[in-house]
Ligand binder design. Sequence first.
Ligand SMILES: [Zn+2]
Length: 199
Amino acid sequence: MVVLVVGAHPDDIEFGCFGTLARLSKETSIHFIVLSAGELSGPKNKRIQECKESAKLLDAKVTFFDYPDGGIPVNVEIIDKLRFYVEKIVPHAVFTLYPNDTHQDHRNASKVTISSCGNVDEVLFYEVPSTERDFHPNVFYDVTDYFGLKEKSLRCHKTQRKKSYLNLTEIRGLAEYRAYQCGRNSRLFEAFCLYRVIK
Ligand SMILES: [Zn+2]
């Protein structure tokens, strides 16, 4: 069993679903594909290294695609490249960004994932700070026991420390809100929108 997770930038996966991945990693292999090195927000090699350190917390594999930060395209070439990995990895589930996101790279990462994952039984969208407010989750994962690891994964991204949205108090606040929203007060949850599940 493998979960494939697609991010546009080196820290997207940590924001969106690291707690869930930590929970799933007990029984599932995790593979990250990161479409850009996030070079607009820090030196490329450092950002790649930070992502690798974070992935190591889950023993996850990481593949970088090296598309330009800010200019991740939607075209046949990137879709084919992603499809090649999907056919090689054969994931039972794919997590990706939400298609209605204010950041163009996040939107495009979502679109190319959808196009390349036609044969995957389960596709879920995770949320990041730039996700539009029309994100209405319908899948909730209790990550209370894994939240410390999620925080540790976010701390790996030292070059992003001064970013206003990398605020661990607010990230925890969102997890508390998602728990409240699904009626599990005093827990910590990550939330997803289900795109497709085939049983
Ligand atoms: Zn991002």
